[in-house]
Design a protein around this ligand. Structure first.
Ligand SMILES: CC(C)(COP(=O)(O)OP(=O)(O)OC[C@H]1O[C@@H](n2cnc3c(N)ncnc32)[C@H](O)[C@@H]1OP(=O)(O)O)[C@@H](O)C(=O)NCCC(=O)NCCS
Length: 228
């Protein structure tokens, strides 16, 4: 099954709040997506969530990304993106069987209502329906709410990258069958700005995986796990 077809099927099964819709976006929507991105970047800062403009959306659309709009009460209130990781980001060129969750941004009016978690679950399910073996995403170590939602959906922090955005990002990933814990041992590291990134980089380089965000700190809890 193609990714867009898989997403359409999963969208049809969504249980959404009243007057809320997720639709597949096309070129006519890219200006609206860009406006939503600008509002989100103004909220987070460009170091935490990258600028995505009309040219960016047109480029990734041409590379096989599926862009979706969230409409609530007749207004475009957010967008979310999924696509083939290797085609969308050169960093993942040697991972042709994996998908990428490539951004979710919500206007202020629908934040704090669980939309991000809903569209993480939607995109992962569709990626696996379409035959991808894993779903990946970038997330800033400062974006604690987003990191919490991604890890709660079964993704784990697998590495750190600076090269793609020229900013610090964790790379999170969930294999289709999930992560199986291989050892009981856990480690806990405070997240920035309270903690530095070096201890996180060291744990990730040693094969630990970030599994959950603890509110106290807040901190990232690491475990040993392998794809099930
Ligand atoms: C990150 C983002 C997608 C989260 O989506 P969401 O559906 O609002 O997520 P949640 O419903 O889990 O809420 C996230 C947090 O914001 C809090 N929140 C509640 N109301 C809020 C509001 N009006 N505005 C902002 N945050 C609010 C929630 O309580 C929650 O905090 P908690 O985890 O401490 O309880 C959204 O805030 C956003 O668009 N941010 C800008 C772009 C961005 O960072 N994208 C993610 C890149 S990986």
């Amino acid at each position: 099954m193609q990714l867009e077809e898989a997403l359409r099927a999963r969208i049809a099964d969504l249980q959404l709040p009243p007057d809320s819709f997720v639709t597949i976006a096309g070129p006519a929507d890219f200006a609206e997506l860009s406006d939503i991105n600008s509002e989100a970047v103004a909220y987070t800062g460009e170091d935490v969530y990258g600028r995505q403009d009309e040219a960016f959306f047109a480029r990734i659309h041409g590379l096989g990304a599926v862009l979706m709009l969230i409409r609530v009460d007749g207004r475009a209130q957010g967008y979310t993106v999924a696509g083939p990781a290797a085609r969308m980001a050169g960093l993942f060129a040697d991972e042709p069987d994996k998908g990428l969750l490539f951004g979710t941004a919500l206007r202020a009016g629908i934040r704090g209502m669980g939309w991000q978690r809903r569209v993480i679950d939607l995109r992962l399910a569709a990626l696996f329906d379409a035959g991808f073996t894993a779903g990946k995403a970038f997330v800033s170590p400062w974006n604690h709410g987003s990191l919490r939602n991604l890890l709660a959906a079964g993704l784990a922090v697998v590495s750190h990258d600076y090269s793609y955005y020229g900013q610090h990002r964790f790379i999170v990933e969930r294999p289709a069958r999930g992560w199986c814990q291989t050892k009981e041992a856990l480690q806990r590291e405070p997240l920035p700005p309270q903690g530095g990134l070096e201890p996180h980089r060291a744990l990730l380089a040693a094969g630990w995986k970030g599994r959950a965000v603890e509110r106290d700190g807040p901190a990232l809890v690491y475990g040993q796990a392998e794809a099930c």
